[in-house]
Design a protein around this ligand. Sequence first.
Ligand code: SF4
Length: 346
Amino acid sequence: MATEKKDIRALTKEQLRDFFVKQGDKAFRGNQVYEWLWQKAAYTFEDMTNVSKETRQMLEDNFVINHIQVDTMQRSSDGTVKNAVRLHDGLIVESVLIPTATRTTACVSSQVGCSLDCKFCATARLKRMRNLNPDEIYDQVVAIDSESRLYHNRPLSNIVFMGMGEPLMNYNNVIKAIDKITSSEGLGMSPKRITLSTSGVPKMIKKMADDDVKFNLAVSLHSAIEEVRTSIMPFNETFPLEDLREALEYWYEKTKRKISYEYVVWRGINDSQKDIDAFVKFCKYVPCKVNIIEYNPIDDGEFQQATNEALENYIASLEKNRIVVNVRRSRGKDIDAACGQLANKS
Ligand code: SF4
C-alpha cells in the first residue's frame, strides 16, 4: 500500500536539515529548500532551480507541497479584494484585503467554518470543519501581500485575524503562522502590525499573556450585559463576562498593552442607554480603545444596524469617559467581504 506523502512545509528548518543529513547530503541543502518554500513561495520542487535534478526528484518522491490556490478573486468598487482560497483537500476559506489611504490590511481566516455560533455571523452557519495549518494561514497573507503590491503599489502593512473562525480555538497553528509571518525567513513583518481578534476565550487570553506574545489583542464584545451577550453569542454562557474581564485584566497586567473592543450596535438588541452604561463600565476595567463597526446584514433577519442616533449616544458616552472610540465604516459590501459576511458564497 502506498504511503501518503508528507507536506514538506510541516517540517521546521531543523527537521529539513536533519532529513538531508539522513539522506547522506549536506545540512545546508535543508536551508536552501527551506528558503524556496518560505521566502520564495515555491509551488513545485521543479521551481527550486539551484537544487540538483536528482535532489528535486528525491523530494518529489517523499513529499508534497500543499500550497493554497486562490480559487476566485473579487474586487470591490472601493478597492477591497476578496479571495476564496482552495485548500489541498478541496475546502474553501476566504481572506480579504482592505485598503485605506494609509494602510493595507489583510483579514485572514484561521478555521474552515467556525467552532462558535454567533447569531449575527454568516461564518457561524458553516460549522467548523477543521483548523487551518500554519502554512495555510501564512499562504493567505502571502497571496494578499502580492495583491496589495499589484493593485495598490504597496506591500501589506497590517494583518487582522478576523476572517473565518475563532483564532484562539486554533491557537498553536495561529502562533506558528505568526512566527513565520514575523520571522526574517518569512515576511519579516512587525508583530505590532498584527491583531488577533477573539470573541473572548478567557483561558487562552491568559495563555497568550503567559506566552508573552508581541501582537495586539482585540475582543469582539458587542455587549457588556450577560443575558444580552449570551443571546447573541451563546458561548458566553460557558465563558461569562466576569471570566473574560479577569482574563483581560491578567493580559494587561502582564503585557501592559491596551485592548481593542470591537462592537456592533444593533437596533433593539444593544442600543439602549442601559447597554451603553454597561459597556462604558466594562471599558474602565482595563485600558482600551473601542472600534464601533458598521453592521452588514447577512439576511433580512433580526440583526439590523442601529440608528445614527444610537451610535452617536455610544460615542458621546465613551468620549465623555475619555475612552478612545473609532467608527469603522464597512468595506467591500458589494462582494460580501465585510465583517461577519464571510460564508463562501462566491
Ligand atoms: S463572529 Fe467570529 S467567532 Fe463568532 S461565529 Fe463568526 S467567525 Fe466565529
